[in-house]
Design a protein around this ligand. Sequence first.
Ligand code: CO
Length: 144
Amino acid sequence: MKLGRLNHIGVATPSISDAVAFWRDTMGATTIHEPFDMPEQGVKVCFVDTPSGPQIELIEPLGDASPIRAFLEKNPAGGQHHVCFEVPDIAAARAEFEGMGKRVLGPTRIGAHGTPIFFLHPRDMGGVLTEIMETPSEGAHWSN
Ligand code: CO
């Protein structure tokens, strides 16, 4: 495994509109993308840019079966939820983590940036829920 770029930090929130106001008014973020729904993942997502660095990915539950509902029950005001690192080849990375005995959560699927992703169990990752994302290819058109 070769550690790639930190793409984003996932932050769960009960309200994307409140979180957007926080990042704009308190933190001074100037580039905040349009929120969008990912019904198949059970989340609403909004990306906040940081200067020449990783993005903040705000995630709000969408639907009753949302995977972040339990997290928000434990952390009602929201909180830092996951980190996401890029890899050049998602299938190779998955095989490598599985070979190291790391638990992969669910199938590899298309993530919020329109590229394949998977999640690794926090108990196998030093307590950090970790998303692995294939680096978008040159000139790739992100869905958002
Ligand atoms: Co993410």
